[in-house]
Write a new protein. Structure first.
Length: 549
C-alpha cells in the first residue's frame, strides 16, 4: 500500500519526517530511522501532526534536541514531547490554530503563526509560545497573513514574511526584519523588501548572520542576499528556487558552510540539486537520480530531501554532499510494478491557443505482457492538476501507472498558470481561469492525436479541486473529450466565491474578476450553468467536510 512520506527535518544529525499511516485512519506521525535502518514512530496514536492554518496547513512540527513540538489535528493544540515522556500542551484554545514553528532558544519560546477562529473572520498574527506552557505573546499583528518567522544565529534578530488581501503569497509578499528587546518583544521592525508585485519566500539566515531570501523580481524565483541597500542576486538564472506558498514550511535551500548553499531549483518543472558558492555566484550540479525535489534540508555535510524519480515514488532520502551518495530512508510505496511495466514519462511542449506554448508529461501505455496492434491508437486520459497554481511532476505515481499498464496513454498537463516555468507563465491564468487551462488541456489532447499517439474517439479528462473545475469546464464548453472524472471539483464559481475560506477569499479577483462587479463572468464560466451541454459520462467524487470546494 501507499504510506505518504513528507516534510523532512535534520535535527542534531537525526532525520525526522511525517509518515502517513493509512492503517491508523490516515494520521500523520512523526518518524525517524530506527535500529538497523528501520522506521521508528515518535508520536503514538492518536496524535496527528497536522496543521489547519490557511486550511492547507504545513509547517506542523519542529524539533530541537530530543523535544518535538507539533500541532495536533484533532484539537488544534500545540503539544511538546520530550523523549518518551507524555505530551505537554503549550496552548489550550482549540479555536486557535498554529503552524510554521521556529525555536527562539534565547527566550525559551516557540514562535509560530497563529490563526484565531474566534468571533468573525479568522485573525492571523505572529506569536511566541512559552516552552513551559505559561502563555503566549503577540509579536506582530495588523497584516492579513504571516509566515516564515526565522531567528538569526545569534538569537537577537528575527525575519518574517507578511502580505495582505487581495494578494496571494505567490503574487506579492513583504520581508520584515526586527530586533528582540531584552523582554523578547520586537523593536526596530522595518520592511526590507517586497510589495504587491514581488513574491518573496523562504528567508534563511547564513552562518555569518546575513539574511537570504527567494524573490521573483527577475521573473524567476531566485536566491538573493539582503544588504544595506537592498536585495543582491546570488546566482541569477532562469529557474525556480521557490514554490507557491500553499503550505507553510517549504524549504528549497540551506547552508552547508559559511559561503556554500545547497539548493534545489526547477527548470521546466524538473529539479536539479545545486552547490552554490555565494562569493562567486557559481552553481554546480550535484548528480542525483531525483527529478522532483519537493523539499530540502541541509546540515553537517548531508542534505535530506523529499523527492522522487520517474521510476521511484516520493521518498525521504539522504544525500552525502562529499560524493553525492544517496541513501533512501523511507518510501511512500515499497511494492512497485515490474520495471518492464513502468511507463516513463517524457517532457513535452506543444502549441496551444493564442500562440502559447504549453507543457506536459506524456506517459505512453506500457505492459510487457501485451502488444498493441500497429494500426491501433491508445485511449488517452488528460490530467489537470490542482491549485490552479500547482504543478505536475514526473515522480512515479501508481495511479497513473494503473492506467498506462492497462493500455491508456496519460498526459499530465502543466497548463498556463502552473509553477516551474517562471512568473510570466504563472500569470497566464490572471483573469483567464477556465479559459487558458482548458485550452491547454484541449490542445494537448489534439496534439497527441495529430502525433498518432492517441485515439481521437477515446479521449478522457480528469482532475481534482481546481483541476476538477478545468475538467468540468472542458466537458461543458468543448466537445473534445468523451468522458470525465471530477474529484472535488468546482462547478459553481459564485458559490466558491461566497463560501471559501480567508486565505483564498480574494483569489478569484485575480483568477476571474472582482465579484459582484463582474458576476456575469462568473456565471459564464461556471460549468453548472452549462450542465445541459454535457453530452458524455462524468463521474463526481466530493468530500462532505471540504471547506475549500
Amino acid at each position: 500500500g501507499v504510506r505518504p512520506v513528507s516534510t523532512p527535518r535534520l535535527v542534531d544529525g537525526r532525520v525526522l519526517w511525517l509518515q502517513g499511516l493509512p492503517e491508523e485512519g490516515g494520521r500523520l506521525a512523526i518518524a525517524t530511522t530506527g535500529a538497523g535502518g528501520g522506521r521508528r514512530i515518535l508520536t503514538a496514536a492518536p496524535f496527528n501532526a497536522r496543521s489547519r492554518v490557511h486550511e492547507y496547513g504545513g509547517g506542523a512540527y519542529a524539533a530541537a534536541g530530543d523535544t518535538i513540538w507539533f500541532s495536533n489535528h484533532a484539537d488544534n493544540l500545540v503539544l511538546a514531547i520530550t523523549g518518551d515522556a507524555e505530551p505537554v500542551a503549550l496552548t489550550s484554545d482549540s479555536r486557535q490554530r498554529h503552524a510554521d514553528f521556529e525555536l527562539d532558544a534565547r527566550h525559551r519560546r516557540l514562535i509560530a503563526v497563529r490563526e484565531d477562529h474566534g468571533a468573525g473572520e479568522p485573525r492571523n498574527t505572529l506569536v511566541a509560545l512559552a516552552l513551559d506552557g505559561s502563555g503566549a505573546t503577540t509579536l506582530a499583528e495588523g497584516a492579513d497573513f504571516y509566515a516564515s518567522a526565522r531567528v538569526s544565529p545569534e538569537g537577537r534578530r528575527v525575519a518574517w514574511l507578511s502580505w495582505n488581501h487581495p494578494q496571494m503569497p505567490w503574487q506579492g509578499t513583504e520581508l520584515w526584519l526586527a530586533a528582540f528587546a531584552d523582554d523578547g518583544s520586537l523593536i526596530h521592525a522595518s520592511r526590507r523588501a517586497g510589495g504587491p508585485a514581488e513574491s518573496l519566500c523562504q528567508p534563511v539566515w547564513a552562518p555569518d548572520g546575513k539574511l537570504y531570501v527567494v524573490s521573483d523580481r527577475s521573473g524567476w524565483w531566485n536566491l538573493y542576499r539582503l544588504e544595506v541597500d537592498g536585495l543582491v542576486p546570488v546566482c541569477p538564472m532562469p529557474a525556480e528556487f521557490g514554490m507557491p506558498q500553499w503550505v507553510f514550511g517549504q524549504s528549497s535551500y540551506g547552508f552547508a558552510g559559511p559561503d556554500e548553499i545547497i539548493a534545489t531549483c526547477r527548470e521546466n518543472a524538473i529539479s536539479r540539486l545545486l552547490r552554490i558558492d555565494t562569493r562567486s555566484g557559481i552553481a554546480t550540479t550535484i548528480p542525483t537520480p531525483f527529478e522532483d525535489i519537493v523539499e530540502l534540508r541541509v546540515a553537517g555535510g548531508v542534505a535530506v530531501v523529499e523527492a522522487g524519480t520517474p521510476t521511484m515514488p516520493t521518498c525521504i532520502a539522504q544525500v552525502l554532499l562529499a560524493d553525492g551518495a544517496v541513501t533512501v530512508l523511507a518510501r511512500s510505496a515499497e511494492e512497485l510494478p515490474d520495471g518492464a511495466d513502468l511507463s516513463v514519462p517524457r517532457a513535452v511542449s506543444y502549441p496551444s491557443a493564442s500562440g502559447r506554448t504549453a507543457h506536459a508529461f506524456h506517459y505512453p501505455p506500457r505492459n510487457a505482457g501485451f502488444r498493441v496492434p500497429d494500426d491501433e491508437r491508445p485511449p488517452l486520459i488528460v490530467i489537470g492538476h490542482g491549485g490552479p497554481t500547482g504543478m505536475a511532476s514526473n515522480t512515479l505515481k501508481l495511479a497513473t501507472q494503473f492506467w498506462t499498464s492497462r493500455g491508456f496513454a496519460v498526459l499530465d498537463v502543466n497548463y498556463g498558470g502552473s509553477t516551474g516555468f517562471g512568473r510570466k507563465y504563472r500569470e497566464l491564468l490572471s483573469g483567464q481561469w477556465g479559459v487558458v487551462d482548458v485550452e491547454d488541456c484541449v490542445a494537448g489532447a489534439r496534439w497527441l492525436v495529430a502525433q498518432g499517439l492517441a485515439d481521437a474517439d477515446r479521449l478522457a479528462i480528469r482532475g481534482g479541486s481546481a483541476g476538477g473545475y478545468t475538467t468540468l469546464a472542458a466537458l461543458a464548453f468543448h466537445d473534445v473529450f468523451k468522458a470525465g472524472a471530477s474529484y472535488y471539483g468546482v462547478g459553481d464559481l459564485r458559490a466558491l466565491d461566497a463560501e471559501t475560506h480567508k486565505f483564498e477569499s480574494r483569489y478569484n479577483n485575480d483568477l476571474l474578476a472582482p465579484f459582484p462587479e463582474r458576476e456575469r463572468l462568473y456565471d459564464e464560466r461556471s460549468p453548472i450553468n452549462a450542465a445541459d451541454r454535457l453530452s458524455c459520462p462524468v463521474i463526481f467524487f466530493q468530500g462532505l467536510d471540504d471547506k475549500v470546494v
